[in-house]
Design a protein around this ligand. Structure first.
Ligand SMILES: [Ca+2]
Length: 229
């Protein structure tokens, strides 16, 4: 009897370890698939913490693996008054990038896709204007004024509405759509937008339809705020 009890508890113990291993594997796989964003071009050196590997470059019509190189460069804002010869920042570069032709952004955690069909793409993006909705496929994006000094960006598809960004005391000068289309391959539109509370802060926000929760159209999967000036 004692032996059976021991065997029973041993088998429970083994299952416990099995479950723990599965949980650990799930956690590892979750962290490996977490989305992140990194800009290309000149920025401050802090960006290097994001690492050079695992990135895909979002070009106008493709998302492809890209080896990132951090090239030391002078950063005119982040220089503490040091002369131009002192390299206070880095240039984030990828192969194939030139002064004129460059990826829109670097993305981690979204599978590469050789052929994307963007509904809209622009490095600067069209600025939102209150009351002038953008139609992108079956989706509509609109900046809506809220009170005297606030606003929000609303996404609508059919009868479903979702607020992507909202602020109560802000200007919308920096709000733009940088890319719209099906990025994650589920047949529904995804968005890379910039939106923040002040024109001097630029925050890129990646909204993916595959990450949407029940009742949502998309969910913010990653964001990146450029160092302020
Ligand atoms: Ca999608």
């Amino acid at each position: 009897m004692k032996s059976r009890v021991t065997n029973h508890s041993l088998s429970l113990g083994e299952r416990g370890w099995g479950e723990r291993a599965l949980l650990l594997a799930a956690l590892v796989s979750f962290s490996a698939s977490a989305q992140d964003l990194m800009p290309v071009g000149l920025t401050n050196g802090v960006i290097k913490k994001k690492g050079a590997t695992g990135w895909n470059a979002l070009w106008k019509d493709k998302l492809v693996a890209a080896k990132v190189t951090f090239v030391p460069a002078h950063h005119p804002i982040d220089d503490d008054g040091k002369p131009d010869t002192v390299k206070t920042g880095v240039e984030v570069t990828v192969p194939g990038m030139t002064e004129e032709v460059r990826p829109i952004i670097l993305i981690k955690g979204v599978a590469p896709r050789a052929e994307l069909k963007p509904l809209l793409t622009s490095e600067a993006g069209p600025l939102y204007e209150f009351g002038k909705p953008l139609t992108l496929g079956d989706a509509t994006l609109e900046a809506i004024k809220v009170g005297e000094r606030g606003g929000r960006i609303e996404l609508r598809v059919g009868e479903v509405k979702q607020t992507l960004f909202e602020c109560t005391d802000c200007d919308q000068d920096g709000w733009s759509v940088r890319w719209a289309g099906d990025l994650d391959g589920d047949g529904r539109v995804d968005f890379l937008i910039t939106a923040d509370t002040h024109y001097a802060i630029e925050t890129s926000r990646l909204f993916l339809s595959s990450k949407a929760k029940k009742g949502q159209l998309v969910r913010e999967a990653a964001k990146y705020t450029s160092p302020g000036c």
